[in-house]
Design a protein around this ligand. Sequence first.
Ligand code: ATP
Ligand code: SF4
Ligand code: MG
Length: 315
Amino acid sequence: MTELLRLDNISVNIPLGGGFLKPKVWLQAVNDVSLTVLRGETLALVGESGSGKSTLGYVVAGLRRQSEGTVSFHGAPVDGEDGKRPVQVIFQDPFSALDPRMVVGEIVAEPLRLKGVPSEQRLARATEVLGQVGLPPEAARRYPHQFSGGQRQRIAIARALIAEPEMIVADEPLSALDVSIQSQVLNLLDDIKQEHGISYIFISHDLGVVRHLADRVAVLYLGRLMEVASRDDLFVTPSHPYTQALLAAVPRIGKGRRKKEQILKGEIPSPLSPPSGCVFHTRCPRAEDICRRERPALLPAPGRPTQLSACHFKD
Ligand SMILES: Nc1ncnc2c1ncn2[C@@H]1O[C@H](COP(=O)(O)OP(=O)(O)OP(=O)(O)O)[C@@H](O)[C@H]1O
Ligand code: SF4
Ligand SMILES: [Mg+2]
């Protein structure tokens, strides 16, 4: 498979406060992240709240500018304008993502209107993609409030598809939906991937969903990559203590929890003053002196060249 997206050393520093005689403070939302996504591949971004998943996704989509580093598609760096990026975004909340004053046909066709496609063609194409996401042609004439949460998320997916993106950044697309609806939308995303060969960056808290959908997984903590691995390597032989702790925190039906010391303890430190060395050291059961002093590089785990882990004592 060929490379679609490449991120080189992406950092996002957000200025906070500042003003007359008050220095600005900088929040490191994403710090030195390098990743690739192949064509047709699903890369999941996981990590606790505040780890920088959405920020990184928005940098890919051009909704937020990186402070440092380069975003490239097909090997060519892109800068600023979203227009050049073959990316669409699906957000968590299908209620606020759709303009309540527009009918669904117009909402879905919006990306085509921006490209100057004539209105009749737009409507025909909108009806077609609504069909692809399992909605009837009449849906085009109705307003968002006439649909359920799951149907609204389908509308948002249709709007993303109509632009024929090569990549969709899906930011927690299931978490605002009823559990009964989640698997339907998940299956739809799966079908779209099979049919259109679209790559996903799939942001989720739900490791069960990630295990179902992802080809590879990137684990973020305080804006840094802790581990990047294939789905199977990550779930079967997690290398990084943080990944191990995240997996251990997932209750397994009938099997109870894993070893006690692997369960995550304590609060995530403030991204305004991240810990020295390995940022995970304040919560890591294996931390030693070197962890407080030296930031570990993201390197292959022993004997597993494609499983990268940023730990001085990786498994
Ligand atoms: N516009 C902003 N202003 C100030 N801080 C921000 C802003 N956007 C993000 N942050 C901070 O950057 C860090 C990363 O946030 P981000 O939303 O990317 O995390 P996340 O992994 O998506 O979290 P969640 O799982 O809660 O959605 C957090 O500390 C967050 O508070
Ligand atoms: S580098 Fe040290 S603190 Fe960081 S994860 Fe590895 S053992 Fe834990
Ligand atoms: Mg988020």
